[in-house]
Ligand binder design. Sequence first.
Ligand SMILES: Cc1ncc(C[n+]2csc(CCOP(=O)(O)OP(=O)(O)O)c2C)c(N)n1
Ligand SMILES: [Mg+2]
Length: 822
Amino acid sequence: MPARSSTSDDPQILAELERKVLWLASWTIHNANHLRENADGLKVGGHQASCASLATIMTALYFDVLRPVDRVAVKPHASPIFHAIQYLLGKQTRERLEAFRGYKGAQSYPSRTKDLDDVDFSTGSVGLGVAQTLFSSLVQDYVRAHGWGTTRPEGRMVALVGDAELDEGNIFEAILEGWKHGLRNCWWIVDYNRQSLDAVVREGLWQRFETLFRDFGWDVVILKYGTLLEAAFKEPGGDKLRDWIDNCPNQLYSALVFGGGAAWRKKLNEDFAADNAVRELVGKRDDDELQRLMTNLAGHDLPSLRDAFHAIDHDRPVCFICYTIKGYSLPFAGHKDNHAGLMTPAQMETFRQANNVRAGHEWDKFEGLSLPAERLQQFLDNVPFAAASERRLKAPEIEVPAELPAPHQAITSTQTGFGLILNELGRADSAFASRIVTTSPDVTVSTNLGAWVNRRGLFAHEAMADVFKSERIPSTFTWEFSPTGQHIELGIAEMNLFILLSALGLSHSINGERLLPVGTLYDPFIARGLDALNYACYQDARFILVATPSGITLAGEGGAHQSIAEPLIGMAQDGLAAFEPAYVDELSVILRWAFAYMQKDGDAAPSDDSFVVARSDAKPVPTLADRAPDWLRDETGGSVYLRLSTRPIEQIERTMTPELRQGIVDGAYWLRRPGPNAQVMVAFTGAVAPEAIAAVGLMAEDRRDVGLLAVTSADRLNAGWTAAQRARERGLVHARSHIERLLADVPHHCGIVTVLDGHPATLGWLGAVAGHRTRSLGVEHFGQTGSLADLYEHYGIDANAIVAAAQAIAPGRPIRHLKALP
Ligand SMILES: Cc1ncc(C[n+]2csc(CCOP(=O)(O)OP(=O)(O)O)c2C)c(N)n1
Ligand SMILES: [Mg+2]
């Protein structure tokens, strides 16, 4: 990318734009809080101070330093600054700025999925966007090392980081991982305003950051003083002034910033009562000049920032620690309570006049600036960052084989089946197999990815042989690294797993090269990375999550390793379709579907009319019902979560019919269809299939026509049901979801017993579909160690507990095989 030739008036233009950006951001927030009708009486959020802190840095970056291939995670509460910059660049509309934080307006925190102005990475939950830049850098390297996308220049992954944001542990987990993987092309720019939400931060944090980043191989650039202060330091008494500022506690400095010129003068004259040189240096300046001088930190000094950014001539990761002032140039600058600070209408009026903005011209792009509009527009038209017509890239779908292998073993577990399927895929020399990338936080072997890794190798910048192999020491696993390896091995931190999946799962959009990421971990540890999983889904990253082992079925490991709530997480997490197959042939069907589903275009028209209605307020389109009999939004795609088990169970020998395949994908199918006189049916999910089957057998003599429903996805069944109900409420009287059709012929008096190795609420809603009396079995309390039989009996998910529940809700003659419950 050729560098834009800078002209002599660039510094002046940038200074004007900096003012304009801060004005627009402040006005956007003011408008949302004070001017727009806000009937709820809710204050919608200040953040004018946080914005001001980053206004200069972001001006330097977006209007000068960045190139279109660069990608940025913006500190969440600087969102209005980002939107203002995009507005000036013609990529954001006035309507959306006016509706900031309102319905369909510019988002409170930059959002890839909801904002229209080219957000690279969503932010909001602090720390996650920061780490996302690091992993995106690794993914860029991965893609290029595999020979893809090499015609595009490498981009820098940039994070604008709040100093208090650095308290988030996931950032440090990421730094460690970045070091292991030879991180490159990553810049973190710390907005060192020495303020958090609540207060002023500890003294000397920058020294901790400096040592830490250097230890992990980062270049650290400290930007403390701006050009005004640097010049003053050269005046007589200047070195003493510098020492004074260097030693000034953060709290005092902040208080003086808030106090302004007079406060500085009073304090400096006191402290330098016996030093004429410093008193003269101070005395030469009026209050405004003194305030400008004493707040001239490098993070608010365009020349210092531009020099520092342009001086980086290497691809090692860089941490810039930029001294800034929270609320810079606003009335509450430096005040420790300013996080939610909002200028009063009177203060805003003063600010408007200071910016030469005429009333009624607040949104005009060049209002109040001194350079001619044509010159400014010409500059904006040539901003390098905005040169690319499309920064959100596209990659073609990778064709998924019509069927994946379904390795048959008489008795096996879904986890074993998963390993075998990936092993078979690993043999293939296909475009499909080459785009799969697996990753795991130190549980590659124990989640059964070992055979795949043996075949496809581990990814690293440099080749590294497995010494055990070269020394001829027998080992089941070959641990060989190379730039073409297809497994990224992570340390144990689950946060890193999800953020890496988020980065891999956006590669089609960020790098224009599609990857098919599969991440494995133990099911209970989803909770450890849950916010990062939510973040990945919110960004619409696409991946398959394989969580295994799961539940109390992991009998011997006890409550610290057993999962209970995860099936509910799977249901509740937007953007994630959750499955829990019982059998390996189901798993094969689901995996095949998942590889296609994860590639569906998020922009495609959804089939669920409730979504259409919500988005456009349009009248429902009746034909949609025909196109989407399951009422799922499959056209828009998403990520997939598979909850698997280590429990070997007897497999069913059967032919995979199209109908069965569809049922598995839609969430349920009849293993035994209930007859017209059925008094009871059992609906089960996952590893407890043998208990459900056994229970049906035990009841057969005493209850007629017992049905058995295999539920492969409570999540999709439930989602389809909800969507169909909404559709009916909006007039699509024929809308029927999959579960409604399955239960349509089940007699009304029939009871339903549901069972799974997870929280019983997962299937508890089944009774509401058609009004059947229901009893839901599952696990509600932390598990124990024990044998499967011990635990299933203790928690009441064994065959006998199912029979007991059936007897209770489906009265009839006593069920002979029922034993007394303990
Ligand atoms: C995970 C998470 N926890 C808490 C918050 C609430 N929060 C928003 S900003 C903030 C403090 C930010 O301080 P800093 O990063 O220094 O930015 P500044 O306000 O100085 O601009 C907090 C605690 C959040 N957004 N995300
Ligand atoms: Mg801060």
